[in-house]
Design a protein around this ligand. Sequence first.
Ligand code: TYD
Ligand code: MG
Length: 476
Amino acid sequence: MARPRRTITFVCQNCGAVTGRWQGKCEACGEWNTIVEENAAAPGPVTGRLPRKGRVFALEPLAGKARDAPRLTSGMIELDRVIGGGFVRGSVVLVGGDPGIGKSTLLIQAAAVMATKGHRAIYISGEEAVAQVRLRADRLGLAQAPVELAAETSVEDIVASLAEGKTPQLVIIDSIQTMWTDAVDAAPGTVTQVRSAAQALIRFAKRSSAAVFLVGHVTKDGQIAGPRVVEHMVDAVLSFEGDGSHQFRILRAVKNRFGPTDEIGVFEMTGAGLREVRNPSELFLSERDLGRPGTAVFAGIEGTRPLLVEIQALVAPSSLGTPRRAVVGWDPNRLSMLLAVLEAHCGVRFGSQDVYLNVAGGLRIHEPAADLAAAAALISSLAGVPLPTDAVYFGEISLSGAVRPVVQTAARLKEAAKLGFARAIIPEAARGEAAAEPAILLGTVGELCSLVAAIGAEIRGVHSVESGARRQEPAA
Ligand code: TYD
Ligand code: MG
């Protein structure tokens, strides 16, 4: 029998780019020392016969009836929300995250909930022995859940075993980097192996209509290690984030073919596994430093959910020629822009000051609506004046110093009122929409400078944020 032709190629383990020779630096992604020699089966005809004539297949109308409910809810509301309302049958989801963040814990919990509801859930571990997986399940109080386990790494064996018996509804592969296939000759963990293994599992998912979850490792700079290529092949990519010093874990959709990508799921890591957090604002505001300068509460929106979070700033005289600017949980470019606007339009000088900005609780904020809260925290720290503890802030700041309205004013105010806040500092133009929430005293700012003046006025004992602040009368 003719053997498939083998060719030697050099593949970047970071981005998957292929080159003809070894190089120290990958031309495609710029990483050093990532190019590895790999054996790959040559594409094209391997048997020497002529290419076969294509088979004719029938086309189907879009309006056809799906046989099953297209989605299965997992029963974990936070997970369901992130994937867009439940597992889509036949879909493949890649879950990435730092080592030890809780990916295995999350997925074994999801498998246990599904299995308890009577679905067939299979958990294949390539990293831990069956006994270790059992030990974890024991600790989580899930030892009695009818999840089927195996410790396997050969994709051919896995696909053959999964095809036996009743079709599983949920299959978890932990992790894709440990899987290998006979079809290619490269070492396990290389891009070629990971890609081929993922391809085989994706083919299985589409054919069997099982939902498949692949766990993927993450490199130091937060990308799913090696196979960026896998991200393009799967239907959804979820990232499980959090930092070691906090108990909060955030599940975020980075890509989703079947749902939104701006939803987050919030979990808390406890001694007995991950607990779903239904009201994240309470969690993020649970340890506030009340009455200290430099903190402001931002009323944000993550996906469809309002989320209140504290923004902390420290402005301190610098001993360095170039003062430090350090940001955790927010965009450093956004901070530079804000400082420039404060200097240029409001005459607030940060030139000889170190500036630190931190979003409490380990959360990352992407919304420009946080500008106003960050500005308030910065001015408060610089002036040494605490902001009112019962106020929330939101609004986008433009380069001209104007405070622009943001989406979902009413939802933000409603959440603030629910958590006992009495005032909100919001953009002038949002006043009309804000009237829907009569429980909140509104202070509106049209220009960033009026916020600076108002915080300055606090020093002199004036308590309202702007002369225009007024109590909203309940609608008659
Ligand atoms: P794990 O799910 O193994 O992480 P990953 O698969 O992402 O590498 O989680 C390991 C961490 O979670 C470990 O540091 C201990 C912690 N943990 C708890 O705090 N409580 C628990 O109930 C479990 C199972 C783990
Ligand atoms: Mg793990």
